[in-house]
Design a protein around this ligand. Sequence first.
Ligand code: ADP
Ligand code: ASP
Ligand code: MG
Length: 412
Amino acid sequence: MALIVQKYGGTSVANVARIQAVAKRVKRYRDQGDDVIVVVSAMSGETNRLTDLITQIDENGSCREKDVVLATGEQVTMALLSMALVKQDCPAISYTGTQVKILTNNAYSKARIVDIDAHNIQSALQNNQVVIVAGFQGVDKGGNITTLGRGGSDTTAVALAVALKADECQIYTDVDGVYTTDPRVVAEASHIPSLALEEMLEMASQGSKVLQIRAVEFAYKYNMPIRVLSSFDDADNAKSTLVTREEDVMEKVMVRGVAFSRDEAQLTIVGIPDIPGIAVKILSPISDANIEVDMIVQNIGSDGTTDFTFTVHRNDYPQATQILEQVCKNLSARECSGNTTIAKVSIVGVGMRSHAGVATQMFKALADQDINIHMISTSEIKISIVIDEVHLELATRTLHDEFEMSKGLSEV
Ligand code: ADP
Ligand code: ASP
Ligand code: MG
């Protein structure tokens, strides 16, 4: 008998028929003797609808109240699924993040899970009940409802799998696994049967939204394999992707996939003193405001001054701009400016560790398409570039072709 955590995303619970289909699948596992914990998202479109309601009242309103509103979406699905299971003669009980309790810090809208109390879940499992948990939400130590950021139900699922030492964490969605790039953007994208957690970590952090980055971080840290599957495919031999330890990956490739993100914005501060400690003066007020900085470039100084450019999530751009304007004044910098029409494209693969020349090949392919690169950042297994947003799709296709990902991948 295994303990399985299954997470169903928004499209998988989009309406009553879909919820009943999920109940049927869950029951199948239960009937074969497994213990099942199910994590659900809000019905598709619901989190956007709630966000829109919030915006209509007050975009800058209390973050605490916004999270209370946003958390309602998942509460509806969890109870409907529980009812659907009971109706199919499968005992079930649903819990909100607070009821579990999933303890988080108090960073509203991007809270981090700090602890999970497994008590309620364990006793329900002992009672032979399927346990359904609302994804995307938790509670801080003051009892306030928090949410984990868009896509956060993935993180709830992996965190529960780790906390309860599950045998498997299955993420059911509307695609049958992870592809070499978003199959909705590049139709020739290839299905990946297995890839390393480290590769998925880079793909997710560079914009592949099939899994939330924090979910992969958890899985990587605690070595919890994730299986990505489609809730729309009931066949016994349905395709899936196993995201697992590097040594367990079947096929080694040089470039595993192309990730991209439009959620980028660039900020530049020009004419700052070229002295030690300047980067801290610029970036610490940004991080104090809980804004994550991604790429950073500092130019070589001349005349005792230098320029400093960095990127943030586009949602954080207005606040980051305000902060930077203040920094600009404090440092008597010449000026600061910004750009929200940029995008980031990255190639990822553990095979890059042992291959020189991948960057040159990437830059040449982009140059041949007249795509100008504004910023570059690399890690051992990833190369990212910032370009104008208008070139995003062309760059993604170009790199997908260049590294032959449409035809069964480039072998190491
Ligand atoms: P859910 O609502 O189930 O959480 P998401 O919309 O968050 O689903 O994630 C699934 C989507 O991720 C797919 O429909 C696909 O468009 C997108 N996606 C982006 N990159 C990839 C990739 N490399 N492989 C598969 N899907 C991807
Ligand atoms: N409902 C939330 C969202 O749409 C969380 C999730 O689906 O994972 O982002
Ligand atoms: Mg998702």
